[in-house]
Design a protein around this ligand. Structure first.
Ligand code: NDP
Length: 426
C-alpha cells in the first residue's frame, strides 16, 4: 500500500497543530512590537502590555504595497528557478523505490542577488530604496508572508487529493490521518511539484533564506543611514548569519537527504517555517542593532568570534564527516561504524562517536554567537531558546525515525554512542 493511514500524532496532535499555527503567527508580531526603535523588552507587566496596544494600533499590520513587493519577490525567484540552469542531482530512494531528479542553481542565484544589490548600492549612491522599504515595511511584509503560508499550504492540502498522471500521489507517512487540520499542518503530500518546480526545495532554499540575508542587510543599511556608521556588533551579526545562509545555499544539494525532504510532508509547518518564521524572527538581532547601535571593541568581538568558530567547527566538521562517509570518500575509511540491516552504516567514531547529534550542538553554539553582539538585551536571545527547542524536538523525531528504521541495530548504536548532544552530560 503506497499511502498507509497515519496512526501516530506528532507536535501535540490536533490541538498542538492549532496552538502552533496561532502561537507562532502571533510570535512574529509580538517580537516586532516587543522590540522596536524605542525599547526592546518583553512586555512583562500589565502596564507594559497596555503600552503595546497603542503601538499595535499605530503600526500598519498589512498593506497592498507589502503584498505587491512580496509577490514580486516570489515571482522573481520563481523565474530564476525556471530559467537559470543548475547541477542535476538524484534524490534519495523513496519508499516506492523511485528517485526524484533535482536541479540546484543556488550558487548562481546567490551571485545574481548579491551582484544586483551591489549594483543598486552603486547606482543609488548608497540610498538603496529597496532596503529602506524592507526596513520600513517589515511588519507588513511579515504578515504578508504569514498570509502566503496559509494560502500555499491550503492549496497544497487540496491539491494532494488530486491524482498525478492518473496515479495516486505519494503522501508523507506522518500527514495522512484523515483529520484535515492536522494533515494540513503536517503536510499531506511528500514532494509536491508543478511541472519542473519542486515546491518543497524551492520554499526551503529560496524566498525565506534569501530574504533573511536581505533583511539583515536592510538593518545594517538603516543603521548606517540613521547614525552614519555601522557598528562592529552589526557587522558580526551580518557576517555570521549571512555566511550560514549563503554557505547552506552554496552546498544545497545536501538537503535531498534531510528529514524535511525525505520524510515530512509539505504543509503549513514547513511552509510557514521556511517563508515566515525564518526571515522574520531569525533577524531579531540585526533588527535590534539597527536602532540600538552597540560597539563591542576588540576584546568582546574576539570572545564572540571564539564562540562562533567553536560552533562552526563542530557543525561543519561533523556534517562534512557524515556526508563524506556516506559518499564513500577514502578519507573516512579509518572510521568505525555499525552495519544496519538496510545496508546503510552508522558511524560510531570520529565526531559521530562523540554524541549522536553533535552537529546540532555546533549549530546551537553558533546561535549563541549570533545573539551575544546584542549584549544584555533580552529579546535578541529569543533565537537561542527557540532554536534549542527546535533542535531538541528535531532530535527526538530523528531518534524515533532511526529506531523504526534500524530496530535492534539502533539500540546497539545507542549503547556505543550514549550521549545525545554533549558528551558525559546529555
Ligand atoms: P542530521 O544531519 O543529523 O541527519 C540525521 C540523519 O543522519 C539520521 O536520520 C540518519 O539518517 C543519519 N545518521 C544519524 N546518525 C548517523 C551516524 N552515526 N552515522 C551515519 N548516519 C547517521 O540532521 P538534519 O538533517 O536534521 O540536520 C542537518 C543540519 O541542518 C544540522 O547540522 C542541523 O543543525 C541543521 N538544521 C538547521 C536548522 C535551522 O533552522 N537553522 C533546522 C534544521 C536543521 P539515515 O541513516 O536514514 O540516512
Amino acid at each position: 500500500m503506497l499511502n498507509p493511514k497515519t496512526k501516530h500524532f506528532e507536535f501535540g496532535g490536533v490541538w498542538g497543530a492549532i496552538t502552533i499555527t496561532l502561537g507562532l503567527g502571533f510570535l512574529i508580531d509580538w517580537l516586532y512590537f516587543g522590540c522596536d526603535a524605542e525599547s526592546c523588552t518583553f512586555p512583562w507587566t500589565k502596564q507594559d502590555l497596555l503600552d503595546v496596544w497603542p503601538k499595535f494600533r499605530k503600526g500598519s499590520l498589512i498593506s497592498w504595497q507589502a503584498f505587491y513587493a512580496y509577490t514580486y519577490w516570489l515571482l522573481g525567484l520563481l523565474l530564476t528557478d525556471r530559467y537559470i540552469s543548475g547541477t542535476k542531482v538524484k534524490g534519495t530512494k523513496l519508499r516506492d523505490g523511485s528517485h526524484l531528479d533535482y536541479e540546484f542553481n543556488g550558487r548562481k542565484v546567490v551571485v545574481l542577488l548579491l551582484a544586483t544589490l551591489g549594483f543598486r548600492f552603486w547606482q543609488s549612491d548608497g540610498k538603496m530604496p529597496e532596503l529602506v522599504f524592507v526596513y520600513e515595511h517589515y511588519l507588513e511584509l511579515a504578515n504578508v508572508a504569514i498570509l502566503y503560508s496559509l494560502v500555499i499550504s491550503t492549496w497544497l492540502y487540496i491539491n494532494s487529493f488530486t491524482s498525478l498522471n492518473g496515479k495516486e500521489r505519494m503522501l508523507a507517512l506522518g500527514g495522512n490521518t484523515g483529520i484535515p487540520i492536522y494533515d494540513w499542518f503536517i503536510g499531506r503530500e511528500l514532494n509536491p511539484r508543478i511541472g519542473q518546480l519542486d515546491i518543497k526545495t524551492f520554499l526551503e532554499m529560496r524566498p525565506g533564506l534569501l530574504l533573511y540575508v536581505v533583511i539583515n542587510l536592510a538593518m545594517m543599511h538603516h543603521q548606517w543611514l540613521e547614525y552614519g556608521f555601522v557598528t562592529d556588533s552589526m557587522i558580526l551579526v551580518n557576517l555570521f548569519q549571512n555566511w550560514y545562509v549563503i554557505e547552506g545555499i552554496w552546498f544545497e544539494q545536501g538537503i535531498v537527504s534531510m528529514i524535511d525532504i525525505t520524510y515530512d510532508g509539505l504543509g503549513y509547518m514547513l511552509v510557514f517555517g521556511d517563508i515566515a518564521l525564518v526571515p522574520f524572527t531569525y533577524t531579531v538581532q540585526s533588527r535590534y542593532l539597527a536602532s540600538h547601535p552597540k560597539t563591542l571593541g576588540w576584546l568582546a568581538s574576539a570572545a564572540i568570534l571564539l564562540v562562533y568558530f567553536t560552533g562552526l567547527a563542530i557543525f561543519r566538521l561533523s556534517n562534512n564527516e557524515k556526508a563524506k562517509f556516506k559518499s564513500g570518500d577514502p578519507s573516512t575509511q579509518r572510521l568505525e561504524y555499525i552495519e544496519t540491516p538496510t545496508g546503510s552504516k552508522l558511524l560510531t567514531s570520529g565526531w559521530w562517536g562523540v554524541a549522536r547529534h553533535i552537529n546540532y550542538t555546533g549549530d546551537w553554539i553558533m546561535a549563541i554567537a549570533y545573539s551575544l553582539p546584542c549584549g544584555m538585551a533580552l529579546i535578541p536571545y529569543y533565537y537561542v531558546f527557540f532554536f534549542a527547542g527546535l533542535l531538541i524536538h528535531r532530535e527526538g523525531r530523528d531518534e524515533a525515525k532511526c529506531a523504526a528504521k534500524y530496530g535492534q541495530t539502533w539500540t546497539e548504536y545507542k549503547k556505543r554512542v550514549p550521549y545525545r548532544f554533549i558528551p558525559y552530560i546529555w
